[in-house]
Design a binder for this molecule. Structure first.
Ligand SMILES: [Zn+2]
Length: 385
């Protein structure tokens, strides 16, 4: 069993991981799954969970429902002040390795292990009256099959974090699958990752509303091959009602590239009159909670994760921004001009009084409320300098 394992350092933890997972492009499922490329996801989750702990200031129970070798859970045990860590996985090898990892990192006393189906573990926990303050769902593919059970097993004002690795589905390559899994239509645009995140949030909001709960999105990101969202779950039918008001559509014009929030699933372009392509139903409300993201900055500094400060600071600025972002290179290609420095374009848009910032969702993107014709004018002027 121990053969084929090697020691690997991530964050402040030393993890026993399958050797092959460090050398293979697609980490193997046996003896247990571990993806070293998920390090940003895990680093950021440490920052988010510790920030949540700092805000609620009470003893917390964290559950990693699909824990694999326990990389996230062990790191939460080692790096945050969260007191009880539950790790569950259906693969017995994974749980055996997770236990060794807990021992190696001297956190075995605060970790609880279970070798069960996620749905079964969640149902059993409810039966025993054991609910969790934070539940993480990090599956292969879509998290939607687990969302209802997770919503039912999170404590009042608790947090749910979801990872989706079915990015081609959420980003519009497999539209019918997206309709089945997320009940919403994706769109293949330059801001498809944001649409994917909004579909994830709406899938969570629909499930929460079914149980008379609402969601408050606090942070999300799109990194490598996955999308990840964090939300607080708030009790109350009226909270569910409020959330459903944040479900709508995004209309995209393929002619002039304008985009707009819609209240119905069809519309025409406000600029050129073309029929719009429509994404949704999806979450059209805020995707970052400004105060929470601000607090993440302090946590990141204290925990020594300064490499994420720029990203966190950008998310803080973006929190006030409009739906979707533009890719400067895409607009420039259309205009057949060279792409200028993105910061320069942001500066020019701000000079004209528009909201403008770079975005954490795409390193070449700009989130702005300026109409497309203004963006084009600025780019044309910059191309002449
Ligand atoms: Zn148009």
């Amino acid at each position: 069993m121990s053969t084929g394992l090697t020691q690997y350092t991530e964050g402040k933890s030393i993890l026993l991981v399958p050797e092959e997972s460090l050398t293979s492009n697609v980490p193997p499922m046996q003896p247990a799954f571990f993806n070293p490329r998920g390090v940003e996801s895990r680093d950021l989750s440490i920052i988010v969970y510790q920030t949540f702990y700092n805000q609620v200031k009470k003893s917390l129970q964290f559950l990693d429902i699909l824990c694999g070798i326990g990389a996230r859970g062990i790191r939460v045990a080692k790096e945050t002040d969260i007191e009880k860590i539950y790790l569950n996985d259906i693969n017995p090898n994974a749980i055996e390795i997770a236990k060794k990892n807990a021992e190696m990192n001297h956190v075995i006393g605060k970790c609880f292990f279970s070798n069960d189906y996620a749905e079964h573990f969640l149902a059993s926990s409810r039966k025993e009256g054991n609910y969790f303050d934070i539940i993480d769902v990090d599956p292969f593919g879509t998290p939607t099959p687990f969302i209802e059970d997770v919503v039912r097993t999170v404590r009042r004002n608790g947090m749910i974090s979801l990872t989706a690795t079915d990015t081609p589905v959420l980003c519009g390559i497999h539209e019918k699958t997206a309709l089945r899994k997320y009940y919403g239509r994706p769109l293949r645009t330059e801001y498809c990752h944001e649409i994917g995140l909004r579909l994830l949030y709406s899938a969570l909001a629909f499930a929460a509303a079914r149980y008379d709960k609402g969601i408050k999105p606090i942070f999300c990101h799109s990194t490598r091959h996955y999308l990840r969202v964090y939300a607080i779950i708030i009790e109350g039918a009226e909270e569910g009602d409020k959330c459903l008001e944040e479900i709508g559509y995004i209309g995209h014009c393929s002619m002039c590239h304008d985009r707009i929030r819609l209240y119905e699933n069809s519309g025409v372009c406000r600029k050129c009159g073309q029929k719009l392509h429509v994404a949704g139903p999806l979450w059209v409300g805020k995707i970052f909670e400004k105060n929470f993201v601000k607090a993440m900055e302090d946590t990141a500094k204290k925990l020594g994760y300064k490499k994420y400060l720029r990203m966190i600071n950008l998310a803080y600025i973006e929190a006030d921004g409009p739906i979707s972002y533009h890719l400067v290179s895409v607009v420039c290609d259309r205009l057949q001009i060279t792409t200028p420095a993105i910061d320069r374009v942001v500066e020019k848009l701000r000079d004209k009084g528009y909201f403008a910032t770079r975005t954490i969702l795409n390193s070449k993107g700009i989130r702005t409320d300026a109409p497309i014709n203004v963006i084009e004018e600025i780019l044309l002027k910059l191309a002449k300098i």
